[in-house]
Design a protein around this ligand. Sequence first.
Ligand SMILES: NC(=O)c1ccc[n+]([C@@H]2O[C@H](COP(=O)([O-])OP(=O)(O)OC[C@H]3O[C@@H](n4cnc5c(N)ncnc54)[C@H](OP(=O)(O)O)[C@@H]3O)[C@@H](O)[C@H]2O)c1
Length: 316
Amino acid sequence: MFAVRFDRFGPPEVLSVGALPEPHAGRGEVRVRVRAAGVSPADVALRAGRLPSSEKIALPHIPGVDAAGVVDEVGPDVTGTAVGDEVFGAVDVARLGGASAEFAVLRFWTAKPASMSWEEAGASGTSVETATRVLDLLDVREGTTLLIDGAAGGVGSVAVQLAVARGARVIGTGSPANQTFIAGLGALPTTYGQGLPERVRALWNGRVDLALDVAGAGSLPELVALTGTADSVVTIADFTARQLGVRLSSGELGGEPNGHHGLAAAAALFAEGRFRLPVQEVFAMTQAARAHALAARGPRRGKIALAVPQTLTTAE
Ligand SMILES: NC(=O)c1ccc[n+]([C@@H]2O[C@H](COP(=O)([O-])OP(=O)(O)OC[C@H]3O[C@@H](n4cnc5c(N)ncnc54)[C@H](OP(=O)(O)O)[C@@H]3O)[C@@H](O)[C@H]2O)c1
């Protein structure tokens, strides 16, 4: 099959499209013929050799954990999904890749609504799962006021909307260029960085009940000060969290096949027109190096997607 691959760690230019053996669906998994895949910050860091987990992967490696496509193989013990179904989701994240290829094996998936584009679907699996997981952890519900630091990116843009759909009031931070975008997601927008508590208090004179740090940019002390307690703050990206008593939430997608992940609920909201999946830019898989270069710098508006041109075949 064709696949985006890298044979050594390094800059985006180490990526190429080449032929690799096809994967097959294991127990509780499905294989899709991929129509689109996502590019996330972790894919970029892994390719650059910057993650501790970079040491665990065998080269050549196929980057990407999010994909959407048409099911062409159903593993043992899978119920409710058949060959020909259009689905989106994520690979077993413990494998750290495998999505940006002609075929990908999904461990977590749900049916793609007809109104959702392949690019929206393919780029979003782990962002939806992550946002759902942290909103559950914080117990975000109707009437909660939630501050999200890093509201415009892949996880933040989804978390804002899912929190609003739960009836929460959301304050979201972003770069100056992203203020209108964040307001369009349903949050009160403000900029991140120094002076955040003062800007938040100027925007909203009630209590800030909870805070979610998506960016890992060092704002945890301010978020704890704003909410009044470390228990009210969760981060997905700041590894100093424990020193402050803040919870650091990391993915559990390597667990039970197709267990709880929030994808079906988000797909239902999408189909009702109450949720969208912003995609900043779509690249052909053959342009994966450009997609990775863009993913490494801001400002970000939602996700970056890789589309599989239907004319691309293994022979190319
Ligand atoms: N623990 C987990 O399970 C998990 C899961 C997924 C992702 N992550 C991690 O979470 C982080 C975010 O992922 P993502 O996919 O949302 O990334 P992304 O799409 O690149 O978005 C990053 C966001 O951070 C914002 N930002 C940049 N500098 C900031 C600052 N100084 N203060 C506050 N916000 C700032 C950006 O805003 P502008 O674009 O407006 O500048 C952008 O909205 C990454 O480190 C990723 O590896 C963890």
